[in-house]
Design a protein around this ligand. Structure first.
Ligand SMILES: [Zn+2]
Length: 397
């Protein structure tokens, strides 16, 4: 075929949990996969052969590009409540510093083989970069009113102005709630109504810290103290006596593709309740950020046993050392190595593409798709499946 090129490697992972040996793929100059064929016994120079494994482009399902300038500013291990206070106080910076950090973070993701990002925005700072980037962005305009119902309409209208700028920059997205603990019922309602006729997925932070669960279970704990310090009443939470995800489910639309992000504290009942509530539920894990902020990880065994769909996010550079999906896979492997390599690739590729509604083009190596192709190769020659420290990602197309 004219204008095409052929690729192979030791193994090809298709992104949907399968591994292929002795195959090559044919791509056109744009990166669309035209064909996948068995390798001939005599491989000639027309097929480029790599040492290592080929995988689809990575999907980062949770990031806050606009917080990139705070890299290294917040100490590790503070816990979520302290972390939020630090973000609020240290967020302000010179426009140029913010923009430079956003553009370099976007480039970092591109260089690390990330082809699409589910990105949270509270302000329009990242829109210029997203409109120019080769990386595909789905922007979640995140709303919170710190549970003050009387502020819900004003808050909604404030963020609607941010949403309205998406169109000007030609980028796609919608409005979403921040977290069960920070959004009033009234604001949840306004968000639901706005999204009713839209097909865009919805994202929400979920069960990242113990204080969040204590708030809904017992109307006590450090999150409640946080609200009380601001003079905000939490009286209406009396008697809920369920974990935070139940409050989210009560207030969200079960017919929407939904990403629950973090889920560090989720137990078996939370996961099965979520899956019963909505059959388009995705569980986004950001392991490095969980270690950075709370110094703990979700129990992936519970999610795997439930047959739930997991995706991977980096969170922002405020709570991570890099924006690199391979680094997240290594972290999961280091602490919970029972998760198989091909499964991790599926979390990082196909599941992520499905969560963001991009599965028709991205996330798997299949004829007709243009997923981007990454080579995973270890410097020392160690097998890539060991996810060793020196395993690197190289973007091929
Ligand atoms: Zn986040």
């Amino acid at each position: 075929m004219k204008g095409t090129f052929k690729l192979t490697a030791d193994r090809i992972y298709n992104g949907k949990g399968e591994v292929r040996e002795n195959q090559y793929m044919v791509l056109d100059a744009n990166g669309t996969i035209k064909d996948i064929q068995p390798l001939p016994t005599d491989v000639d120079n027309s097929i480029k052969k790599y040492n290592g494994v080929l995988v689809p482009g990575f999907i980062n399902t949770h990031c806050h590009l606009e917080l990139s300038h705070m890299k290294g500013l917040i100490p590790t291990g503070t816990g979520l409540v302290e972390f939020i206070k630090e973000v609020v106080t240290k967020r302000e910076a010179h426009k140029e510093i913010i923009q430079d950090a956003i553009f370099s973070a976007d480039k970092e993701m591109y260089d690390n083989g990330i082809v699409a990002v589910g990105d949270i925005s509270n302000v329009p700072d990242s829109f210029e970069c997203k409109s120019r980037s080769p990386v595909k962005y789905l922007t979640f305009i995140e709303m919170f009113d710190f549970r003050q119902e009387e502020d819900a309409v004003r808050t909604f209208n404030h963020y609607l102005k941010v949403y309205n700028q998406l169109e000007k920059f030609g980028i796609s997205g919608t409005v979403v709630p921040h977290a069960p603990y920070s959004v009033s019922r009234k604001l949840f309602q306004l968000i639901n109504e706005f999204n009713k006729e839209k097909s865009c997925p919805i994202s929400i932070h979920n069960m990242e810290t113990k204080g969040e669960n204590d708030m809904f279970l017992y109307n006590s704990g450090e999150m409640i103290s946080f609200f009380k310090n601001f003079g905000i009443s939490t009286h209406e939470l009396q008697g809920i006596s369920k974990t935070a995800i139940y409050y989210a489910m009560q207030n969200m639309d079960p017919n929407k593709r939904t990403l629950f992000v973090h889920n560090t504290l989720c137990e078996e009942e939370d996961i099965s309740a979520g899956m019963e509530w909505n059959d388009q539920i995705y569980w986004t894990t950001c392991p490095s950020a969980n270690l950075y902020i709370e110094n703990r990880l979700p129990n992936y065994r519970l999610f795997a046993d439930a047959g739930s769909k997991i995706t991977i996010g980096t969170d922002s550079l405020t709570s991570n050392w890099s924006l690199n999906i391979l680094a997240e896979m290594k972290t999961i492997h280091k602490f919970q190595s029972f998760v198989k390599f091909e499964e991790l690739i599926q979390w990082a590729c196909y599941n992520g593409a499905c969560a963001l509604g991009l599965e028709n083009k991205l996330g798997s190596i299949e004829i007709g798709k243009k997923p981007g192709i990454n080579l995973l190769k270890s410097v020392s020659g160690e097998t890539p499946e060991n996810l060793g420290a020196d395993l690197q990602v190289k973007k091929i197309i």
